[in-house]
Design a protein around this ligand. Structure first.
Ligand SMILES: Cc1cc2nc3c(=O)[nH]c(=O)nc-3n(C[C@H](O)[C@H](O)[C@H](O)COP(=O)(O)OP(=O)(O)OC[C@H]3O[C@@H](n4cnc5c(N)ncnc54)[C@H](O)[C@@H]3O)c2cc1C
Length: 277
């Protein structure tokens, strides 16, 4: 592992109902001792969760366990709408925002004023007062023209005012190291935080991975399929494997881990425990 303690952060989605709120509260309790740098809160495509994201961010800020970092997507949004939301975040004392393009929801065909995340990054920096984080894709964004262009646009996005990148989850540490080295060759030196997707429900992760272009390595797929009737065995295998990948990346000097918790604490804690955190 690298010399200093890695920076840990988590991602939540805004709960839809009382049961979801309870689950989030359990997570907040379970993560209290992890010394998290922040908890980020996702934002639905086209602004579909705007009210709930804002409410969840306000709740986290009020509890004060760790700072809240809202995600904000721009595709299909207006500058006025984004400006208003930024004003509300400023009032809540938010200091960092994860700026994303998002995906245009089905049935919405006008992308609006913002075409790429870089446009939103520049807009937020112009507005002022926020540090901006953004996404990076070790296995190449599924809509990229090609890998070289994807890397080029990532560098352009960072130049627009990004102070840190969070990777899409990826069960192939080599791809993350390759991205780190390629960014360094371009002179892009902002911290590259490893996005980690713990696996508590393999079927769900396999479906999600097919949609977002994350590869499930053959040995992981076959291992999980062999344990299809043994969910506890699947969780053990996944935690061992993902923790080993995290340990390798931390030893390589990657600065932090950002857990996509899906509002479930156990699978994330299974990994941090294996890492001795
Ligand atoms: C850490 C993280 C958090 C996320 N959180 C959310 C969330 O809360 N809500 C949500 O809806 N989605 C979220 N997503 C998913 C994300 O919105 C999608 O992956 C989306 O398809 C791309 O968003 P982006 O910000 O990465 O886009 P961009 O950085 O804009 O890149 C998208 C594509 O456009 C290409 N591109 C960029 N600039 C240009 C240009 N100038 N010309 C031509 N092509 C260009 C890139 O190569 C890439 O293929 C998240 C993803 C990650 C990794």
């Amino acid at each position: 592992m690298s010399q200093s303690r890695p920076e840990l952060s988590v991602e939540f989605f805004p709960p839809k109902n009382a049961q979801g709120e309870e689950r989030l509260a359990e997570c907040l309790q379970a993560f209290r001792s992890l010394g998290l740098a922040y908890a980020s809160v996702t934002y639905g495509a086209g602004g579909s969760t705007q009210t709930r994201t804002l409410a969840t961010v306000a709740l986290l800020q009020k509890r004060g366990d760790f700072p809240a970092v809202p995600h904000l997507t721009c595709i299909g949004s207006t500058p006025e709408g984004i400006r208003e939301l930024l004003r509300q975040y400023r009032e809540l004392g938010i200091q960092k925002i994860v700026a994303l393009r998002g995906d245009l929801p089905a049935g919405m065909d006008n992308p609006g004023a913002f075409r790429h995340a870089a446009d939103l990054v520049a807009f937020i920096r112009d507005f002022g007062g926020f540090e901006v984080l953004a996404s990076a894709y070790p296995e190449v964004h599924p809509q990229a023209e090609n890998a070289v262009q994807d890397l080029h646009y990532l560098a352009v996005k960072v130049q627009a005012g990004v102070s840190g990148l969070i990777t899409q989850y990826c069960y192939n540490p080599d791809a993350i190291l390759q991205l780190r080295d390629a960014l360094a060759r371009l002179g892009v030196t902002v911290p590259l935080t490893v996005g980690v997707m713990p696996i508590s429900n393999y079927e769900q992760i396999a479906r999600f991975s097919a949609q977002c272009g994350a590869e499930i390595p053959r040995y992981l797929r076959l291992g999980m399929e062999a344990l299809a009737q043994d969910p506890a065995g699947q969780r053990e295998l996944a935690a061992d494997l993902v923790a080993r990948q995290c340990a390798l990346l931390l030893r390589e000097g990657l600065p932090g881990l950002h857990f996509y918790t899906l509002n479930q604490a156990e699978a994330t804690l299974a990994i941090t425990q294996r890492l001795g955190i």
